[in-house]
Design a protein around this ligand. Structure first.
Ligand code: PCA
Length: 213
């Protein structure tokens, strides 16, 4: 049984729901065959989210870690390719913290690539009938903070573990009067089910030999 840690975030920026957590718990309730999916809900707070992630990794000892976050305005499931060593918050987090131009990890490398087979993930979500794309920025808010923390942790302490980050659109009920793209949590969970299966299946056919990102 492959152990998967799947994280989502609590609501932020005055919202009452976060699609990332809604999708994570739906998916954990009906995981793909052969996978044991443990969901974890992270605070939308710099530093605290990183500690919660670290604790969840320790508790679940996962083979694969996929972190999810909400990206309001994005129209599809976007698979992040790169985490950058910068906290630069456009708005305060849920504890009122707003770091500007600060490293996630002092002395850490400028960036890490996801170790998911990202293009295979995009293809798998599309095959499941949902829009998906490869993204080259997870922003510089708490999502990127968690993504960088994850990749630093895996690289330095758990080199056989695979990990990455996926942004999902807003929920329809969050943007009823805003003419914004959205996807229901159940639909997102269906796409992510295909993504998890692809992520545990071997290497990415779309990247040059020897490179797994
Ligand atoms: N999205 C935010 C943080 C929490 C979330 O769900 C982001 O994109 O950074």
């Amino acid at each position: 049984m492959t152990r998967v840690l799947l994280t989502g975030f609590e609501p932020f920026d005055n919202a009452t729901l976060n699609p990332s957590w809604e999708a994570a718990r739906l998916l954990a309730d009906s995981p793909p065959e052969g996978l044991k999916v443990t969901p974890a809900r992270l605070s939308c707070v710099f530093g605290r989210a990183a500690e919660e992630l670290r604790a969840a990794v320790q508790d679940t000892d996962p083979d694969l870690v996929v972190c999810l976050g909400q990206a309001t305005g994005r129209p599809d499931i976007s698979i992040e390719r790169i985490a950058v060593n910068i906290d630069d918050a456009r708005i305060p987090d849920n504890a009122g913290r707003q770091p500007i131009d600060r490293p996630v990890v002092r002395g850490g490398p400028a960036a890490y690539f996801a170790t998911l087979p990202v293009k295979a993930c995009v293809a798998a979500v599309r095959e499941a009938g949902l829009p998906a794309s490869l993204s080259h920025t997870a922003g510089t808010f708490v999502c990127n903070h968690v993504f960088y923390t994850l990749m630093h942790l895996l690289t330095t302490e758990r080199p056989t573990g695979r990990g990455g980050f996926v942004h999902v659109p807003a929920l329809p009920e969050q943007v009823l009067d805003q003419a914004m793209p959205s996807l229901p949590a159940r639909t997102v969970a269906r796409g992510l089910r295909a993504l998890l299966t692809a992520s545990t299946r071997g290497t990415d056919l779309h990247t040059p030999e020897g490179i797994t990102h």
